[in-house]
Design a binder for this molecule. Sequence first.
Ligand code: LRH
Ligand code: MN
Ligand code: MN
Length: 386
Amino acid sequence: MPDLSAVKAALAAQRIETPSWAYGNSGTRFKVFAQQGVPRDPWEKLADAAKVHEFTGVAPTVALHIPWDRVDDYAALAKFAQDHGVKLGAINSNTFQDDAYKLGSICHPDAAVRRKAVDHLLECVDIMDATGSRDLKLWFADGTNYPGQDDIRARQDRLAEGLTEVYARLGEGQRMLLEYKFFEPAFYSTDVPDWGTAYAHCLKLGEKAQVVVDTGHHAPGTNIEFIVATLLRENKLGGFDFNSRFYADDDLMVGAADPFQLFRIMHEVIRGGGLSSDVAFMLDQCHNIEAKIPAIIRSVMNVQEATAKALLVDRDALATAQHDGDVLAANAVLMDAYNTDVRPLLADLRQDMGLDPDPITAYHRSGWQGQITAERVGGTQAGWGA
Ligand code: LRH
Ligand code: MN
Ligand code: MN
């Protein structure tokens, strides 16, 4: 059986990054539901993120999305974060909101639009320099809606050219994380639709280019843990955008739709040494009907629970059963770990860390929600359309 103190130490060392855009109002293409007390600017998003870290102890960094989180002075924003006990994390680029990007950004047929997109990505690296962020997270909405609309092969050449220019701009210790998504907003072809395409570009670019797996970006039924195992084996897994989905890119709380899948993913992460490597565990969710901060705390806890269960897998027993070809025993080892109630273990860990064992109740008791509801009037829409 795994050593419980080692399991606890691994859980205490895990870091989960929360996304600035999950703190503001969001919705679907049909309606954005406004909530009381949501942040009106990046500073207030950071203040809320600091609360998630205060009650979970494992969420010390916050991802930004540019231009949603554009400010005049990024060093001041970084300092503000630090004063609140958190740091700025990945810088997410945005090459999908401008009218100019109707036919794509760095894959666009017009060189002037490609220039605008690459300039934005270079600006994001400037921001990383000011904030001390390690990762530039790239997701391209580029693609086509109709067969024949553009030359899909030429678009790959343009993509490679743009990425090469941005890669050359990365400084020491900085990385580029390339995110894939199988469709949406493009419906016929997408320029970075899958891990294979992302991997091929990252491999050519070099060590600082890594693939990011957004759990909501696959066709239904895709074996995501296989992708994770493969990328880790190739040293090309840069991180995760965690969320959960029932149908497409639903962006719901991670671990809500399919906790078993999250466990299987974390099992491969641990098997591949990913927990102690440079794999970034980021949340990317846009929950829109439930309260913002408690939902993010819930997501952090869900990742912790899946990780704890994966750490409890009896690896020796599993290896023996696999070696013996004992299908049922091997499967039982995994299921035993998955079916373990790890909540007491995590409650215990939180107490060891000087935290309340129940972060959501502790948050509600803290009075923060009442304070921000009274102080903040007229919250902005975070994310889409902002
Ligand atoms: C695209 C995506 C990408 C964006 C975020 C807001 O669907 O997952 O990571 O940056 O949503
Ligand atoms: Mn994402
Ligand atoms: Mn997405």
